[in-house]
Write a protein that binds this ligand. Sequence first.
Ligand SMILES: C[S@@+](CC[C@H](N)C(=O)[O-])C[C@H]1O[C@@H](n2cnc3c(N)ncnc32)[C@H](O)[C@@H]1O
Length: 213
Amino acid sequence: MSKILYPAQRKYLEFHRKKEDKLIVEMEDFAEKHHVPILDWHSVEFVENLILAHKPDRVLEIGTAIAYTTIRIARCLDKNSRIHSIEKSTDNIKLALENIEKSGLDKKIKLIQGDALSIMPQMKKKYDFIFLDADKEDYKKLFDLSMLLLRKGGVIVIDNLLWHGYAASTSVPPKYKNSTQHIREFNKIFILQKNLHSMIIPIGDGLGFGIKK
Ligand SMILES: C[S@@+](CC[C@H](N)C(=O)[O-])C[C@H]1O[C@@H](n2cnc3c(N)ncnc32)[C@H](O)[C@@H]1O
């Protein structure tokens, strides 16, 4: 969990964390060891609850990485519901395909290989739920494309909107200055978006949550 909570609260929440199964623990360990940024455990639990409550037929994830959240979402979907996930890194695609196979959920998950910026404009069918978790400098373009693909009443979730705490900090290390600027500009657009009920939830690394009006 990143630096948006006080350590005592973080420890308390971690103490109450549910035990995950072998594949999920393996994927978390792999991600930590190889520095693959996957969704924080608290945020992914929240996303699972959203899926269970909203019961989407069609889910789109932008940024699969090793398919950690993809698999966790797929597990919560109804029998005939599907998740499509877009990934552009060939290394991550290989790992994602291996993990999807291990999960036994390959019928529910379709991995779309390539850059979402060129794939999404070709997509025609709307989605009930979109999870955006890709390169921060592309968030604005990917968000606009997502809004075109999200049906009315559909839910959009966007990760990293507090960006390790830097979005709201006056002291940002040089390495994070550019990405922090992108996130700050994006947050204004996200919150002021007219056709979306939107908010930023302070869990994990800050989760944007919106319902299309
Ligand atoms: C933060 S990771 C995704 C983590 C994943 N959603 C999870 O929670 O398990 C971001 C991933 O998005 C991919 N990505 C970034 N920009 C992309 C784009 N424009 N199209 C497709 N994939 C993209 C990166 O290669 C990386 O694997």
